[in-house]
Design a protein around this ligand. Structure first.
Ligand code: MG
Length: 377
């Protein structure tokens, strides 16, 4: 029996986490959302957390009225999010909030020595060293929920000496625009970008998949999680999304994790590790699998991947600048204000304009994020 605080419960990962929690018979201690009041109310009535949080203060007021007949305490804003992350009676904090807002709650939970199941990759991209150091110092744990990083984590079970790892190989579906040229990509629409071939996800990450920035962010995430240099992490296009990632060892053995494109498996493994238990994820039938194919990634027509690697190479606050600018650019693209290829252009501008600080403090990272957002806006 585990007690889970779920940050970001109304998004795609949040809703799938609740399916897993329900199957496992776990308890929910806190649920948080941005402003999806109706869904959050329904979730609160079903899972009876002690605390519910809306980031948006007006939405929190509405929720408070709706839940007046229950024992659920309602709070708002970052204070509420931190209270959910720091709850004393919680075993695992699963953070599925979108973007940089997830950083402070992650640090707060790690300082309490909690297990953090991390679906919020921006946290590790912006402040990976700080997050990993905080986990080490306070005895907290970070378990990946991202499907690629969970696959790598599964392939690393039993590995005691990281020196034996030659290379992590992250698979990429290639998104809806694989094979297109820069010129063709100038003309694509938001509707096209939101059609992901294999995974059903939130809008921001779906656009990140289309630009390949998602793979860039995942390379940085893997560097931080597994403490490996950029040269030891590569990406390969695997259109079928059946192999979720691989680890190549020094003896040339390659281990892979296969499965259906079902996020409930990595979510469940982050909650039950080191155990495995029967779960809700769909079974993979090998005999009805399509042939598995592999192709190189394309950094010329998908410059976001090259920009992410350049930021990873530079280190310090460069990755926070990359992420902050990308969040703003994707937001503008989703709002119909800019074109698809303006996303890499805006990220590149921010990386050129905002000075990089090495060995950054939390304040340096937050400042770099702010400056990057301004430069990309
Ligand atoms: Mg992923």
């Amino acid at each position: 029996m585990k007690r889970i605080a779920l940050l970001g419960s109304t998004g795609s990962i949040g809703r799938q986490t609740l399916e897993v929690v329900e199957t496992m018979g776990y308890t929910i201690t806190a649920l948080t959302a941005n402003r999806s009041v109706e869904l959050l109310e329904a979730q609160c009535r079903k899972f009876r957390p002690r605390l519910a949080v809306c980031m948006d203060p007006e939405a929190a007021e509405t929720l408070k009225i709706k839940l007046a007949d229950t024992c659920v305490e309602v709070r708002s804003g970052m204070d509420g999010l931190l209270a959910a992350a720091e709850d004393e009676d919680t075993d695992v904090v699963l953070t599925a909030v979108m973007g940089m807002v997830g950083l402070r709650p992650t640090l707060a939970a790690l300082k309490k020595g909690r297990r953090v199941a991390l679906a919020n990759k921006e946290t590790l991209v912006c402040a990976g060293e700080l997050v990993m150091e905080t986990a080490r110092r306070y005895g907290g744990e970070i378990l990946p929920v991202d499907s690629e990083h969970s696959a790598i984590f599964q392939c690393l079970q039993g590995n005691r000496d990281r020196g034996e790892v030659k290379r992590l190989i992250i698979t990429a579906s290639g998104g809806p625009f694989f094979g297109k040229t820069k010129q063709e990509l100038e003309g694509v629409t938001l509707q096209d970008a939101l059609k992901h071939p294999n995974w059903s996800m939130g809008a921001k990450i779906t656009v990140d998949s289309a630009t390949m920035m998602n793979k860039g962010l995942e390379i940085i995430e893997a560097m931080r999680l597994y403490q490996l240099p950029l040269e030891k992490i590569s990406a390969v296009v695997h259109r079928e999304s059946i192999i979720h990632s691989l680890v190549e060892y020094c003896d040339n053995a390659i281990l892979a994790q296969l499965g259906t494109a079902d996020m409930r498996l990595p979510i469940q493994y982050a909650l039950t590790w080191p155990q495995r238990v029967p779960g809700v994820a769909r079974k993979l039938d090998l005999l009805s699998c399509p042939p598995l194919t592999f192709a190189p990634t394309d950094e010329v027509n998908f410059p976001c991947l090259a920009l992410a690697k350049a930021a990873a190479r530079e280190g310090g606050t460069a990755t926070a600048i990359l992420n902050g600018a990308n969040e703003v650019a994707v937001g503008d693209f989703l709002a119909g204000k800019i074109g698809f290829m303006d996303i890499p252009r805006k990220v590149e501008t921010a990386l050129e304009r905002v000075p990089v600080v090495q060995d950054p403090s939390l304040d340096d990272i937050l400042a770099a994020d702010g400056a990057a957002r301004a430069a990309a806006g």
